[in-house]
Ligand binder design. Sequence first.
Ligand code: MG
Length: 380
Amino acid sequence: MSTIRVAIAGSSGSIGTQTLDVVRAEAGRYEIVGLGVASSVETLIAQANEFRPKVVAVADQRRRAEVAAALPFAEVVADLADLTDDADVVVNGVVGFAGLSVTIRTLRMGKRLALANKESLIAGAPVVQPLRSTVGAELVPVDSEHCAIHQCLRSSAMPGNEVARIVLTASGGPFRGRKATELADVGVDQALQHPTWKMGPKITIDSSTLMNKGLEVIEAHELFGTAYDQIEVVVHPQSIVHSMVEFTDGSTIAQLSMPDMRLPIGYALAYPNRIATAFGRIDWADLRRLDFEPADTTTFRCLPLAYEAGRIGTTAPAWLSAANEVAVEAFLAGRIRWARIAEVCDATLQRFERSADRTVDDIIAADARARQVATEVLAA
Ligand code: MG
């Protein structure tokens, strides 16, 4: 087997560092050809010294000279999308809207995209979807739920006709079982305590509001072409069943493992094969129970809001996602209460302005306008 060349956009983040864990564990199977960060140059330099990529990307121009001096063997570029040139597989672990350009370039070049950047499909779907038909282009999701669905769908020869529904599981986050009144005064520290997954701060807050699950519903719709009426969310606090697909004959296929993002990362790198290193193996002697309960959409309003935006379509998911970024940023900075996140998202979505959605510029404009509206809502 020849070596598979991998580039990682967002290499200092949670997905990036875990991708390097997989590459380290699968010695000789993968070669790191590109690493890129926004501004975490210390981490980038350490990673590059270990993996010796040809190209490193640093978005923050003030830090570029320092990186070039530290890494004489690597070409230093500004644009994370430039990392795709020498790679067979591009891991997009960029956080937020900034990841869109990496997704577009990778698909346009007809390469495998291991996608962990949610905004690429949520905000970017109108421009990203057509690129998926580029010859050689392939999108494999790096998200535990979508990776699970991707695996479950492989049990059907005709998933387009045979899927009855997708059941997305949600851990419920740190506030599962609590009511809105009990959540009025929760602080940033409490919202950052995820019960089962270790992730970055933005996505951890999104898990506490269930916005993360809502965005995943939109992502599932875009990835697999499943109608919103056929996508359900069920709360499963152990995060062992990562999602399920029910087929027309009543069979439900599920994917199970301990929560470990290295499994979906390895799946996306190796697909249609599997890596040889096991991550998240289940010890059945230890596993006592798997619980399931309905999602509380009254307390966690971000979930129904995401369905609403998804059903509107066009740039409405981009609009909601941008509003959420503004609200989460304000919450992390201590400027608003936790409950305000959903209120800001709701009020901003109610002011959705339909716009063109054909080009990246259209989507950037919708994103910018939504941020403006959300900022007005915050100030009101
Ligand atoms: Mg997930």
